[in-house]
Design a protein around this ligand. Structure first.
Ligand code: HEC
Ligand code: HEC
Ligand code: HEC
Length: 263
């Protein structure tokens, strides 16, 4: 009775809706006889006494195979620690299987189907950061920027410094709002992880595009300080130095670039 989710008739003390109080022929003194299907006891009749005529959207993806899986495989009749009185089976077996199916679709590039399958797992465990991330990545690959962003936002509301979510948000913001918004997320990502050359490089590109050349130089320089062999950042430095008339600095970078291409 004191678990996270308790079935309403149990919480109300209506035990006799499902159990015979004195005696009967059915196991667990159940009021409605279980059926035996393939040697298995199926008690769905007990549940259908109240739920069969329920909402039309009740027969969703989880309930389509009702003929194979009994209700109490997934729901504890009385209560459990999970929402919907879900059992450990759902978390440990069913969820894993449906995530594996989603990952397989994702790998094979079937993005629409993969998004659907991840969304199904999320319905069960909406705050599972790993699953939210997988779905956001599918939305990113689909170019569904609004959906991708709300996934990354959700992760950031749970773990504010989540690096991948900040980088994902930056990409989504670029498409939804433009470079300024992207830069804000990039800066937050850099705060979390200052030694990622690629983040400084991208920030430099944005500054260069907005013609903030001093800032661009600062970011490209940070990138090559972290990774000396980062040729794209050196090429950008040559470009920016030249456009600013700083030909000696440009020449220096060019020399280093030549050295890199020889290696
Ligand atoms: C919604 C129907 C339903 C209600 C209401 C209900 N039960 Fe049950 N109960 C079941 C089912 C179904 C089983 C068989 C368990 C199974 O197969 O998973 C069961 C099994 C039991 C068992 C034996 C197995 C066990 O889980 O320990 C006890 C004892 C029990 N119920 C007590 C109660 C009491 C006390 C109440 C009221 C507070 C209650 N039940 C309310 C459906 C119900
Ligand atoms: C006596 C009527 C009755 C029976 C029998 C019954 N339920 Fe329920 N069930 C309810 C009521 C009432 C609610 C609450 C509905 C609501 O909140 O909208 C409920 C809610 C639920 C929920 C949703 C819980 C949630 O957190 O939203 C699940 C899952 C559920 N029942 C499963 C079962 C299963 C499985 C059985 C068979 C073991 C069963 N029910 C048998 C009356 C019943
Ligand atoms: C494969 C696992 C599985 C089986 C089997 C299963 N359920 Fe569910 N059920 C779920 C999941 C997951 C949810 C919550 C997500 C959702 O509503 O889609 C749920 C939700 C529900 C709800 C709440 C629906 C709502 O929208 O509030 C009810 C009621 C319910 N189940 C009853 C049953 C009954 C009765 C049976 C057997 C006839 C059954 N379930 C069999 C997994 C299952």
């Amino acid at each position: 009775m004191d678990q996270g989710s308790v079935h309403t008739p149990v919480a109300d003390g209506d035990c006799v809706d499902c159990h015979e109080p004195h005696g009967g022929n059915n196991s667990f003194l159940l009021r409605y006889p279980p059926r035996i299907v393939g040697g298995m006891r199926v008690i769905a009749a007990t549940c259908k006494a109240c739920h069969e005529a329920g909402s039309p959207d009740w027969f969703d993806e989880f309930h389509a195979n009702e003929a194979i899986l009994d209700c109490v495989v997934c729901h504890n009749a009385h209560g459990s620690s999970e929402a919907y009185q879900l059992t450990r089976y759902v978390k440990e077996v069913y969820l894993k299987a449906s995530l594996a199916e989603a990952a397989d679709l994702h790998r094979r590039g079937k993005l629409d189907a993969a998004a659907k399958a991840y969304a199904k797992s999320l319905k069960l465990f909406p705050n599972d950061v790993a699953v939210v991330m997988l779905l956001a990545k599918v939305h990113t690959a689909q170019g569904e920027w609004g959906k991708a962003r709300s996934g990354y936002e959700k992760i950031l509301s749970i773990q504010p410094g989540h690096l991948e979510a900040l980088i994902g948000s930056a990409g989504a913001a670029r498409h939804l709002e433009g470079l300024g918004a992207e830069l804000l997320f990039l800066k937050k990502a850099i705060e979390v992880k200052p030694d990622r050359a690629d983040l400084h490089f991208r920030a430099g590109e944005i500054y260069q595009e907005r013609n903030q050349l001093q800032e661009a130089i600062a970011e490209f320089s940070k990138a090559v300080r972290i990774d000396e062999d980062y040729a794209p950042a050196r090429r950008r430095l040559v470009e920016v130095y030249e456009s600013m008339g700083m030909s000696r600095d440009a020449e220096e970078e060019r020399k280093i670039l030549k050295g890199l291409s020889k290696e």
